[in-house]
Design a protein around this ligand. Structure first.
Ligand SMILES: NC(=O)c1ccc[n+]([C@@H]2O[C@H](COP(=O)([O-])OP(=O)(O)OC[C@H]3O[C@@H](n4cnc5c(N)ncnc54)[C@H](OP(=O)(O)O)[C@@H]3O)[C@@H](O)[C@H]2O)c1
Length: 326
């Protein structure tokens, strides 16, 4: 009997119709007051198989879903794409400059058991590129975008007030802020619906002083502001719009800019390197927010930083230097 039930579960999770009715049955049993299940819940596969501690196991299935990630070929964007791909989503990854060889990227998707991603050259700041991207997605069979991750950030560095230029600020906003809006609009125009989950990628720039980061901070602050407004404008369409503020992330570009010396400095100051985020940890946060389990979260700016800035402060550094001096 147990074996037959087990086989039914396997079939139910692979056959979309069976799966929907099976999940409906599980939800009705557990929550009899619920009238219907939504499309997203149909994708969350509840297996009534007992885990080691006796609870039900839950997996997330994004097969048949499309995830569009700007700047998805490296760093946080790529790690996010891999995770969405592992859950079965078809991923569409944009870049501006491109690399000579993407074989390692494709191999990573293959190894993860993810559908082959579609890589597309589209500068986020150029409207014509956005229109072309949408047309190509439609041509290649996408019927919509379920997850839109506005990930590209690029800013003019300004070391003092003399270096502030209106034109550079506007350029920074075109790269780092406006795509959250322009891509959402273009997706709606092309596919008739906004993405169900829109996530902007921010940093702790708006709440910290970093030398040269004036315009980065401005663009992230404005990104966060518009995400909050969008979350209300789009709520009735079933969308959720949020922003994740990451602390320092050890990406290739980060290591290239700061080098190993930065990590030596961290260790010398008693801060373990693990307190920095990895792109994979960032990806997990994005994935969790998009999973459907966090749909009560809307219009929020969520900080993901392992608590590092809380621990790292002037008084701590002073006390530690006193202790070192004995
Ligand atoms: N790294 C950190 O410490 C950190 C911390 C907090 C927040 N963040 C935020 O996280 C996001 C991603 O950062 P990251 O460090 O992961 O970036 P990254 O490793 O430098 O990767 C950037 C990606 O964006 C693409 N790209 C660059 N300019 C583009 C454009 N105009 N149009 C389309 N694609 C473009 C790049 O491809 P091509 O080069 O081939 O064009 C690449 O795929 C940014 O918004 C950043 O502000 C980063």
């Amino acid at each position: 009997m147990a074996r037959i039930f087990g086989r039914f579960i396997m079939e139910a999770t692979h056959n979309p119709c069976l799966r929907a009715s099976f999940i409906r049955q599980v939800i009705e049993e557990r929550h009899p007051q619920r009238q219907k299940i939504n499309k997203f819940e149909q994708r969350i596969v509840l297996l009534p198989k007992k885990s080691k501690n006796g609870g039900s196991m839950i997996t997330i299935d994004f097969s048949g879903k499309n995830a569009l990630i700007t700047g998805g070929t490296r760093g946080i964007g790529l790690a996010t794409a891999l995770l969405f791909g592992r859950a079965g989503a078809r991923t569409w990854l944009t870049y501006k400059w491109g690399q000579d060889d993407y074989s390692a990227l494709y191999a990573a998707f293959l190894e993860a058991g993810a559908p082959k991603p579609v890589l597309m050259q589209a500068d986020v700041s150029v409207d014509e590129d956005t229109s072309k991207l949408m047309a190509e997605m439609a041509e290649q069979g996408a019927e919509g975008v379920d997850f839109f991750i506005s990930n590209v950030g690029f800013a003019q560095r300004t070391m003092n007030l003399n270096e502030y230029k209106k034109r550079s600020l506007f350029k920074t906003l075109e790269y780092s802020t406006w795509p959250l809006i322009s891509y959402s609009q273009a997706i709606r125009k092309t596919f008739g619906a906004y993405p169900r989950r829109i996530i902007g990628i921010s940093s702790d720039g708006p709440s910290h002083f970093y030398r040269g980061y004036d315009f980065v901070a401005a663009s992230k602050a404005l990104l966060e502001h518009f995400a909050r407004y969008m979350s209300i404008h789009l709520f009735e369409e079933g969308c959720r719009v949020n922003v994740i503020r990451f602390g320092s992330v050890k990406t290739e570009s980060f290591s290239a800019i700061f080098g190993e010396a930065f990590f030596d400095y961290l260790r010398a100051n008693g801060i373990p390197e693990e307190m920095l985020l990895s792109p994979e940890e960032c990806a997990q946060a994005v994935f969790a927010l998009a999973s459907g389990f966090m749909d009560a979260i809307n219009g929020q700016i969520i900080t993901v930083d392992k608590g590092m800035p809380f621990r790292d402060n002037l008084m701590m550094r002073y006390q530690e230097s006193r202790e070192e001096q004995g």
